[in-house]
Write a protein that binds this ligand. Structure first.
Ligand SMILES: [Ca+2]
Length: 510
């Protein structure tokens, strides 16, 4: 291999499986579509079901349960793991990040302490897009999740709390894009390869977007969520991303209720969501243009994914104010999220396919020569071995005097080179707030967990037991085979328990 490639890793937040044009969506995403058509689209790429666990797994190559304080979120421990940035720094890379961190706010857990040379962004989970800070003169109070709920931002290692942007035209997605371009300019003459991680906040709630972007979409969403879902399903089939034998699951039971609750804000809600995705794509276009302008496009691996599936939470803190503006704080809700996650069942916070399936795009002109769909199973823990391989470095067993947990992910490089791994029997595991899953080969066991409220959704007691699905023939999880194959369920459930016990041992030191 020649010079080490640059790595540009872009992650959306709460983007559904079929929101992009190149994954069947009706939202305008020309820049990501072009990237996809010149590279690879992975159709069975898995994340965790929620923001923090996905970020922990992405950055460490380990399951979130091995490296975080609690399984459903929290912070990334510094003791048993190395981050992508720390590893790539050892391999001679300049390491930069801009966007949402969400892995801890204390000094030893912030990006600069975890291997990044440069950082600017939001430390916590979400924030007002137009004004993350204090109310500005001549403007209404910014919409917030709770009163006085102002989130911490960070510039290098200086925490900004509150962060009061000086620019009156501040918009989070644009600001992240601007910082990404600034960071690229800083390395334009450098001999060193770079790693630039851009974890965008969009389209995570609150629903806020520029009026000119929203305007494009009002007409498009005069069709309701179920029509949009049907249209997406047909395009996914046409694109060859899904199998016609899987069918389209019935509409989620929460969706009709959610759509009715949106009332006369129903169209505006999805128009704003689409505008957020549109702006995200525009920003990615600007970053990719900069990469070309600097003559670095050819030998840069660009990856794009979402951290989890579309979000069904019904948080409408400003029920009278339509979504979109600085003073609103609303979510897209279960109806549009059901469309967003077409064709899968369920949502963010669930380990069914709607929570953990992401579109993944990989482009690397110098190495990925054949544009194609990759139907093999891969997982967010695979970035660590992938990046180590292309950076030509052995994964260390120790770092800063601590021994590191062994990596169980698999490099994606063979896929980039056109190899197939259809017969893979690798085991993958999930746990989120009571929901559990395991995948091995074609089999997947999954539960919604014990009776409780998850992501604002009531989980009934009947969902406690394991379901079993044949993912080759039923990836939409419509035909539970648990009663037909109890021995498979039992074997996999035991494997899940062994995995979980091992995770608890891995974190027992904390
Ligand atoms: Ca997320």
């Amino acid at each position: 291999m020649g010079e080490k490639p640059n790595i540009l890793l872009i992650m959306a937040d709460d983007l559904g499986f079929s929101d992009l044009g190149c994954f069947g969506g009706e939202i305008d995403t020309p820049n990501l579509d072009e990237l996809a058509l010149s590279g690879q689209r992975f159709t069975q790429f898995y994340t965790n079901a929620k923001c923090s666990p996905s970020r922990a797994a992405l950055l460490t190559g380990l399951y979130a349960e091995q490296v975080t304080e609690k399984a459903d979120g929290g912070t990334l421990h510094a003791r048993n793991n190395i981050t992508l940035a720390e590893m790539l720094r050892l391999a001679g890379y300049t390491t930069m990040a801009t966007g949402k961190w969400h892995l801890g706010e204390s000094s030893e857990r912030r990006p600069i302490a975890r291997g990044f040379d440069r950082y600017w962004g939001l430390l916590s989970g979400c924030s007002n897009y137009f004004n993350p800070g204090d109310r500005r003169p001549d403007e209404p109070e910014p919409g917030r999740k709770n009163d006085n709920d102002i989130r911490p931002w960070c510039d290098q290692d200086t925490v900004m709390h509150p962060f009061n942007p000086k620019n009156k035209n501040f918009y989070t997605t644009d600001a992240i894009t601007d910082h990404a371009i600034q960071f690229l300019n800083e390395v334009k003459s450098s001999e060193k390869p770079f790693f630039l991680y851009i974890p965008h906040c969009a389209p995570h709630f609150p629903l806020q977007a520029w009026p000119e972007d929203i305007k494009k979409y009002r007409e498009r969403y005069t069709s309701d969520w179920s029509d949009i879902r049907q249209q997406r399903y047909l395009r996914l089939l046409e694109l060859g991303i899904i199998d016609p034998s899987w069918g389209l699951p019935p509409a989620d039971e929460r969706a009709k209720r959610s759509y009715a609750n949106l009332g006369n804000h129903a169209v505006e809600t999805m128009a704003v969501y689409a505008a957020m995705v549109d702006r995200l794509d525009q920003g990615i276009g600007r970053v990719l243009s900069k990469l070309s302008e600097l003559g670095k496009k050819e030998n840069t691996l660009v990856l794009f994914l979402s951290d989890n599936g579309g979000c069904a939470e019904e948080i409408h803190c400003t029920p009278e104010t339509p979504p979109g503006t600085v003073d609103s704080y609303r979510t897209v809700g279960a109806a549009w999220a059901n469309a967003s996650n077409t064709p899968w069942r369920l949502f963010k916070d669930f380990d069914h396919e709607g929570g953990i399936s992401t579109p993944l795009i990989a482009s690397w002109p110098a190495r990925i020569k054949k544009p194609e769909l990759i139907h093999d199973v891969a997982h967010i823990i695979d970035f660590m071995p992938t990046f180590a391989e292309i950076a030509n470095i052995e994964l260390p067993s120790h770092y800063k005097g601590q021994s590191l947990l062994p990596i169980t992910g698999k490099s994606l490089v063979p896929f980039f080179d056109g190899e197939k791994d259809q017969a893979s029997q690798r085991e993958l595991f999930w746990l989120i707030g009571g929901a559990k899953a395991m995948r091995k080969g074609k089999w997947k066991i999954v539960t919604q967990g014990p009776k409780r409220v998850q992501a604002g959704i009531q989980i009934e007691a009947g969902h406690h037991s394991w379901e079993l699905y044949d993912m080759e023939n039923d990836r939409c999880e419509l035909h539970n085979l648990a009663n037909r194959h109890p021995e498979i369920v039992e074997w996999m459930a035991n494997r899940w328990e062994e995995w979980h016990t091992k995770c608890l041992q891995d974190t027992a030191l904390y």
